[in-house]
Design a protein around this ligand. Structure first.
Ligand code: C2O
Ligand code: CU
Ligand code: CU
Length: 518
């Protein structure tokens, strides 16, 4: 399938930028851009009342809000970043291995009105990556406001798979799922109360590429869904139902691209920042519900009286819409949100009546090797804790941008042992600057344990390359991390990356560490 036909398919369910804002469904959003052609990337606030924001992407005479971005492995990117928000922002390429200068991790955010040139090469396995806002203290508010774009990277293996599955143009879809707090037909502005700042900002509806409850039209045959969870705090337990039954589907890939072999499943966890690549066979005329099933999120938090969760860098800047952050009053949580683990509808998938021949799922999807033998690799112990009034912390202390953090040598290979306290909640922890492999899980309880069908206590999603892994309360997870940075001169000198929780309220509340690669 050529890129053009895929581009059209991917944009079949595109953004309504918050229902109260009243943009039509086909508006400017129904478009896709080749990242290599993009010249300008602007963060804009669309309206001050609701605080909705969007990325405007410009390539020559074309410009659009919230398109899907595409890149082929090896593609060169050179564009101008522009901040038209009333507060600082940073443009982070989640999952891409780029030098610190291009990573957009928030060390030097763009102030309102500023622009900056950016260039890097996409040297990455095919998969779904994403761009999102990342200025420390502003990440949660800006991501919720809409500053998220999916970036689908392709390569030879990925294209070969699409041909083997005979994917119809409309059957290869990129879906950005994001929890929203909706009252009536209005997407409420970001105004977390104290409890939201501890547990995360949860909503009551799911946006799919900006739209609520979309109907996704497809052809019969294999349907490929590449999904990212762009929610601030909500985890999804994805399932596909038809005629009152859960349909088996194939997990084909994770954060860092295709698995070696597909795994047949009936449900899969997708926590904030994680990606999955799923394939489902559709019969002619079939209608399927994509939903998140109810699960026990194992949230156990003792104190909800944090003292210092508002990031100091916020002091001099306004919010996106009139509101207070982490205020002990003003709580719409009870009224307008569902707890983590609540069942939620996501989208309806409808296959056309025209039958198509059924082709088998290939036994092998990619040349991905098994997780490495890590005997002899040094061990780094990391603890995730609830620290009373300080909220959640890594190794007992809040983040400081002035610390060196963990120093690792270029080319170092380490086993990370991440242990979460039993009092707490699931933490989807994320590393910039290196993908990793999940080696083993121990102490897993509840719904994650029920899905741990792979060896060494692992979930099927642990079999691929990850950049974000969810650590459940009381659990210990071992990772193989390889800091082999590319030999490219753009990576010369010490490179600072981040390790942090991708519950965005935890991230903004300093559940983060610097990783300095020397
Ligand atoms: Cu998706 Cu440090 O972020
Ligand atoms: Cu990232
Ligand atoms: Cu967390």
């Amino acid at each position: 399938m050529d890129r053009r036909s895929f581009v059209l398919a991917a944009s079949s369910a595109l953004p309504v930028l918050g229902c109260s804002f009243g943009r039509s469904r086909q508006a400017e959003g129904a478009s896709a851009f080749d990242l290599g052609q993009v010249q300008g990337l602007t963060a804009e606030r669309l309206d001050p009342l609701w605080g909705r924001c969007a990325y405007r992407v410009q390539a020559g005479p074309r410009s659009a809000l919230q398109p899907v971005l595409f890149a082929r492995r090896g593609e060169r990117v050179a564009l101008e970043l522009r901040n038209r928000l009333p507060q600082p922002t940073a443009f982070h390429w989640h999952g891409l291995l780029v030098p610190e200068a291009a990573d957009g991790a928030g060390f030097s955010p763009l102030l309102p009105g500023e622009s900056r040139d950016l260039s890097f090469t996409v040297d990455q396995r095919a998969g779904l990556y994403w761009l999102h806002a990342h200025a420390h203290g502003f990440t949660a508010e800006q991501v919720y406001a809409g500053l998220v774009l999916p970036l689908r990277v392709s390569d030879d293996e990925d294209e070969a798979l699409a041909r083997e599955l005979q994917l119809a143009p409309a059957n290869q879809k990129v879906l950005v799922l994001a929890d929203a707090r909706v009252r009536g037909d209005a997407v409420l502005p970001y105004a977390p109360a104290a409890a939201d700042c501890v547990l995360g900002w949860l909503g009551n509806r799911v946006r799919v590429n900006g739209a609520f409850d979309p109907a996704l039209d497809c052809a019969a045959g294999w349907l490929r869904l590449q999904l990212v969870n762009a929610s601030n705090a909500r985890g999804f337990l994805l399932a596909l139902r038809s005629g009152g039954r859960d349909l088996p589907f194939h997990l084909m890939g994770t954060d860092g691209g295709l698995l070696a072999a597909p795994v047949e499943l009936e449900r899969v966890f997708l926590h904030p920042a994680e990606r999955v690549d799923l394939a489902l066979p559709l019969a002619a005329g079939q209608s399927v519900e994509l939903l998140s099933r109810a699960f026990d999120a194992r949230v156990q938090v003792e104190s909800l009286a944090p003292a210092t969760l508002v990031h100091p860098s916020r002091a001099q800047w306004p919010t996106l819409a009139a509101s207070e952050l982490c205020s002990p009053s003003a709580d719409s949580r009870e009224r307008d949100s569902l707890p983590d683990g609540a069942a939620m509808p996501i989208a309806t998938i409808r296959a056309h009546a025209q039958p198509r021949p059924r082709v088998p799922m290939p036994a092998r999807l990619s040349s991905l090797s098994a997780a490495p033998d890590t005997s002899g690799w040094p061990l780094r112990r990391i603890r995730l804790d609830a620290a009373g009034s300080a909220g959640f912390v890594i190794d007992g202390a809040a983040f400081s941008v002035n610390e060196v953090g963990w120093r690792v040598e270029r080319g170092a290979r380490e086993v990370w042992e991440i242990r979460a306290s039993p009092i707490g909640m699931p933490h989807p922890v994320h590393l910039h600057g290196a993908g990793f492999r999940v080696l083993r899980r121990q102490g897993t309880q509840g719904p994650a344990r029920a899905l741990a069908s792979a060896d060494r206590g692992r979930l099927p999603t642990d079999l691929g390359i990850k950049d974000t892994v969810t650590v459940w309360p009381g659990e210990t997870v071992w990772l193989a991390v390889d800091f082999a940075l590319p030999a490219n001169p753009a990576f010369a000198g010490a490179q600072r990356y981040l390790f942090h929780c991708h519950n965005l309220e935890h991230e903004d509340a300093m559940m983060m560490r610097l990783v300095t690669v020397t």
